[in-house]
Design a protein around this ligand. Structure first.
Ligand code: G3H
Ligand code: 13P
Ligand code: ZN
Length: 323
């Protein structure tokens, strides 16, 4: 039972009106942290690997680590998801045994220039045909999310990069995707907002509009790390140099969940939790050099953060929905 598709998880989340974190993984400890948090909170899980993660860890290592998670935590329903895939990455993920892929057709092959609507539809349809034939779910993106995609923070986002609600209706009809990632002013990475965001930069109204027009479509929020101020403070206290920055407030994510957001992507908060723990450990224990000691601290800090998110998104207590 452990391996399930994104569609299965998000359909249940819609019935239960909760959100599910899509947590990025690159190594064993990150996977263990997520699974430990899921066991502690009795949550379903979405493990997601970017193209960079697959290159870093090597496809085979990462895939088998995720499969190991489903064996060690058989009571936890788990989705293996390709995050921000090209067509090639999505197809190879399907072939490898992922249960879900995200085709990021919002940009051209240079990963910088926004793709036309028609280009996005064409590549998304190709991936949907391939994936659905093998029972694999598909997430696609309309609009441009900042950070990895345009090299800009949210403050630099052009308003025409935001998802157009009418076009969203057409896109979902034309492509048949299982979930739609929308651009609402969030960006990837740590530098999202110069101050706590208001509705002029974090445009939650777009989600409300899209949900009104597409009440049966699962909406995905990317760039949804909250960038906890205490983690920034800990990193900087122990020698880091991260400049002042703000993330997406948890209450805004919860507002989104009330309006059709079912998947919430979080990567940066994981990186911050791990880095804060390791920096503290090294300063406090300059004599230590066993990676198992500092990686244990990092894994625990990561687990604590993820368990908090699982509770805040509402997925906690829902692992049993799938049995
Ligand atoms: O969507 C972006 C994720 O944070 C993955 O980042 O491409 O550096 O692995 P990455
Ligand atoms: P963050 O950088 O805000 O964690 O976003 C992660 C993400 O959207 C992965 O696809
Ligand atoms: Zn993303």
């Amino acid at each position: 039972m452990a391996l399930i598709t994104l569609r299965e998880v998000l359909d249940k989340a819609a019935v239960g009106n909760y959100g599910v974190g899509g947590f990025n993984v690159n190594n064993m400890e990150q996977i263990q942290a997520i699974m430990d948090a899921a066991r502690e909170t009795n949550s379903p899980v979405i493990l997601q690997a970017s193209r960079g993660a697959r290159t870093y860890a090597n496809d085979k290592f990462l895939y088998h680590l995720m499969i190991a998670a489903t064996e060690v935590y058989p009571e936890i329903p788990t989705v293996l998801h390709q995050d921000h895939g090209s067509k090639e990455a999505c197809l190879s993920a399907v072939d490898m045994g992922f249960t879900s892929v995200m085709i990021d057709g919002s940009l051209q092959a240079d990963h910088k220039t926004p793709a036309s609507y028609e280009e996005n539809v064409a590549v998304t349809k190709e991936v949907v045909a391939y994936a659905h034939a093998k029972g694999v779910s598909v997430e696609a993106e309309l609009g441009v999310i900042g950070g990895i995609e345009d090299g800009a923070g949210a403050g630099d986002m052009k308003s025409d990069y935001l998802t157009d609600p009418d076009q969203a209706v057409q896109f979902v009809e034309e492509t048949g995707v299982d979930a739609l990632a929308v651009a609402i002013g969030t960006s990837h990475g740590v530098y999202k907002f110069a101050e706590k965001p208001d509705g002029s930069v974090l445009v939650m109204d777009r989600i409300i509009e899209i949900n009104k027009r597409l009440p049966n479509t699962h909406i995905v929020m990317h760039g949804s790390s909250s960038v906890p101020q205490e983690l920034l403070a800990q990193i900087n206290q122990y020698g880091g140099q991260i400049k002042p920055t703000f993330g997406v407030p948890i209450e805004e994510i919860q507002l989104g969940i009330q309006h059709g957001v079912r998947k919430v992507n979080v990567d940066t908060d994981t990186r911050l939790a791990i880095t804060a723990a390791i920096r503290k450990f090294f300063i406090e224990h300059p004599d230590k050099f066993d990676p198992r000691e500092y990686m244990t601290e990092a894994r625990t800090a990561n687990k604590v953060m993820i368990a908090e998110r699982m509770k805040a998104f509402g997925q906690a207590g829902h692992a049993g929905d799938f049995s």
